[in-house]
Structure formats: C-alpha cells, structure tokens
Design a protein around this ligand. Structure first.
Ligand code: PLP
Length: 440
C-alpha cells in the first residue's frame, strides 16, 4: 500500500516499499530481493532482522521505553557507556544522542565549552576540511564540505575555516611518498591555525577515514599523529568524526586506534545501533569532561531523546554480538578479501582510478582517464547512474562524487555487514562489475 502523503527524499520518484530483511538481503513488496552491500549508509553492520538485537530492543521497550535524562539514567545507558569506554582507551566519558548529526552538534558545543570553563574565552573558530561530511543539521552542515548539500542553505551557515582533506590519490604530487604527502597535508593545519591566531581556535574537526564525500579515504603516512601533535602544540582540541568509520567498521572499535591516536572528542553513530535503533554518541577524555564537571557542572546542551534506553539497549546488544562472534576479526579478514576481489576485477579497468579503504569500508573511484585522473563530467551524475543500475540488478551500493571543485571523480562506497561471507562478497563484486559494464 502506498500513500499520497509521504514527503519522499526524491519527490519525483516513489521508492519501492521495503517489507523485510534477512542477513545481507532486503526484500520489497513486489518480492524482489536486494543484496545490501552498503548497509544503507554504512549503518546495518549486523545485517537485517538479527534475532538477538530485535529481542533486546523488544525487551527494553516492554521494560522501560523512555526516561528523560533530566530525571533518570537507565541500566542500558550505564552499561553501554562502560562497554564503550572499555573499548576506547583514553576516552572515558560518553554522551548519547539520537543521530550522527546531533553528535557533531554536541561535540562542537562541548569543545567550545571546554575552553570557556578554563577561562579561554577568545576561542571561537573550528577548522574543518573541504572534502568532508559531518551531517545535515545546520551546525554540522556548516562544518562539512559537501558542496551540493550546502548550496541552498549557504546564507544560514556559519563561516568555518577549511583546509584540504588528506587525500593521497587526489592531492599527492607525482612521486611524493605517502609519508611526505601526509606531512605536507598536516602542515596545512599548522599553517591555518597560525594564520587565524592559535588562541582563536577551538578545535580541528576531521573524519578519521573520509566517508560520504570522498569515498573511504584513509589518512596518508603519519598524518593523524602529526595533526594530533599540532593541536597539542596550539592548545586546540582534536575532534574525530567516526560516525561512519567507527563502531568496528575498520576492524577496531575506533578507526583512530589503527593510527595510534586518541582525540579529545570523538563522535559515533550509524553502526553503534546497527540500524535497530537511532543512536549516536560523543566520547571525550577525562580532561575535557573534568573541565565541565569541575567548572560550571553542566554541558549547556540537551535533547529530549538523549540516552534513549531503547537505543542504548540496541547498542549494547550489538556490542555483545560483535564481541561474542569475534566480528572485528571477521571485518579484517573480509575487508582483505573484498579488497583482493576489487583489485582482481578492477585494477586494470580503464575507468577505475583508485581502489581504497580499510576493513569493510571500501570504495572505487571512477575516472574518465586513469593517466590524468580526469573525472567524468559531473553533469553525467555517473555515481547516481551506477546506483540506479545496481538497484535494478538487486544490488545496493552507496554513491558519491563531484565534490572537490570538479577535481574528484565519482565513487562507489561498499560497507557490507561484518559477518558477510566470502560468497556474498563475490556476488557483490560480480554485480558491481556488471553495473560498470552497463553504465560505462
Ligand atoms: N558524520 C559522518 C562522517 C557521516 O557519515 C554522517 C552521515 O552520513 C554524519 C556525521 C551524520 O549522521 P546522521 O545522518 O546520523 O545525522
């Protein structure tokens, strides 16, 4: 049954009605089956209709569906925060939100308040990166660099100083090593802080691995450690956005663990609730928390659905399954397998310029010319055509592209569930190859 009243994202087209899911598959009302190779937008890390998560959610709703954090906490919130802190050395405190965008908003406010509590009232700017996405609420949108998402709302956005993302395939000079390029990219942060005046800067905000805007781009060389050191030198907080790449997607609970870096503040979402409930989180160090706790005593922020007990129960059940089934190990193995399959199929493809990613966050970038890395005309919206063709074949992929002033190609992001089998990975890459054959 369809309604004439739902405001769909693409108003010209009514999407099929999804009726149910099972593991990596989704089914629509016409009985068609789709291989979900992207978990929506890197959300469904345990696949669909996982009986244990569904049971944990049902149990929590029946027991305690809601409390306002102005009155109570809940067992689920307390236990999930303990679990997350235990898995995130150096990040001791957790603030729960309802989504990734809300986590970014809270993180930005927490960073500003940290400095205020210490009497450092002149810090008012957050440096961000051009090729980044941090969410669609106005503060998060202002912090991100997604040109088409920002365009209609520019007059509503605060001005945010930006530097280029660390993006080796696009911005390294010919012959420049990853280490040398990473150093150069990190130097851009130092230069920008000095240009603005170090005591005017609140924080530097970056995705540990760039997701939606550039497509699974990991930091090059020692970039992350170098920006950590730069922030420390200038008293600037480091905020890492792991809404997409965190919660185990790269094979460690936090992606930044792989680079030996602990940020001051970190955001999570998506895979934290695996889609079974909307939940996000801000994690921070004791130092950041203590500034508030021993200062004014309250973060001047709050939303009705902070630390929702059912969201927290879902998050807790997700972590139990991930730990019990040793799924982080599986993410590493399956990530290698997916990378090998993509290399075997596309390494010599004339229109695949780059194959990249970490764990089960992988992407291919499409280019018109491999030698020059020239992208296709953005007007072709090739990534959208890829998504539509794949959809017709029963494959869900997450498309993106054309955001770096015309310098970047279209990309296709893959983020299958953590327990994906080798056979399912082969099926995904087979269907993707057919899509590329059809659209190029
Ligand atoms: N940050 C990153 C890195 C994201 O990828 C996203 C969503 O795609 C967000 C923040 C915003 O999260 P949400 O859509 O849950 O508000």
């Amino acid at each position: 049954m369809t309604s004439a009243h739902v405001f769909h994202r693409f108003t010209s087209a009514r999407p099929p009605i999804a009726t149910h899911g099972e593991g990596i598959y989704l089914f629509d009302a016409e009985g068609r089956r789709y291989v979900d190779a992207c978990g929506g937008a890197a959300v469904s890390c345990l696949g669909h209709a996982h009986p244990e998560i569904a049971a944990a959610v049902a149990e929590q709703v029946a027991k305690l569906e809601y409390v306002h954090t102005g009155f109570f906490t809940s067992e689920a919130a307390e236990e999930l925060a303990d679990t997350m802190a235990e898995m995130s050395p150096g990040l001791e405190r957790v603030w729960f939100t309802g989504s990734g965008s809300e986590a970014i908003e809270a993180a930005l406010k927490l960073a500003r308040q940290y400095h205020l509590e210490r009497g450092d009232i002149g810090r008012s700017r957050v440096i961000t990166r051009r090729q980044s996405y941090h969410g669609n609420t106005l503060g998060a949108l202002a912090a991100g660099g997604s040109v088409w998402r920002r365009a209609p709302y520019e007059p509503l956005l605060i001005e945010v100083p930006e530097i280029d993302t660390c993006f080796e395939y696009r911005f390294a000079e010919p012959g420049e090593t990853a280490e040398a390029y990473g150093r150069r990219a990190a130097q851009a942060l130092d230069d920008e802080i000095v240009r603005l005046g170090p005591d005017t800067v609140i924080a530097f905000l970056a995705e540990t691995i760039v997701g939606a805007t550039a497509g699974a781009v990991p930091p090059a060389g020692d970039y992350l450690r170098q920006v950590r050191e730069t922030c420390d030198r200038h008293g600037v907080l480091l905020i890492l956005d792991e809404v997409m790449c965190g919660s185990g997607r790269t094979g460690t609970f936090l992606a930044c663990e792989q680079y030996g870096v602990v940020p001051d503040i970190l955001t999570l979402g998506k895979g934290l609730g695996a889609g079974y409930q909307p939940i996000g989180a801000v994690m921070c160090t004791s130092e950041v928390y203590d500034a508030v706790a021993s200062g004014s005593g309250a973060l001047k922020h709050g939303q009705t659905y902070n630390a929702h007990p059912v969201g927290c129960a879902a998050g807790l059940a997700v972590q139990r399954v991930i730990r019990r089934d040793r799924l982080l190990k599986r993410v590493c193995e399956a990530g290698e397998q997916l990378s090998n399959l993509l290399e075997a199929r596309f390494a010599n493809h004339p229109n695949v310029g780059d194959i990249r990613g970490v764990g089960l966050l992988r992407a291919i970038e499409l280019v018109k010319d491999r030698a020059t890395k020239a992208p296709f005309d953005p007007a072709l919206a090739l990534h959208q055509r890829a998504k539509e063709d794949a959809f017709e074949r029963g494959l869900l992929i997450y498309p993106g592209g054309g955001t770096i002033d015309g310098r970047s190609g279209d990309h296709i992001l893959l983020a299958p569930p953590y327990h994906v089998t080798d056979g399912e990975l082969e099926l995904i890459v087979d269907l993707l190859a057919k899509t590329l054959d059809s659209i190029l």
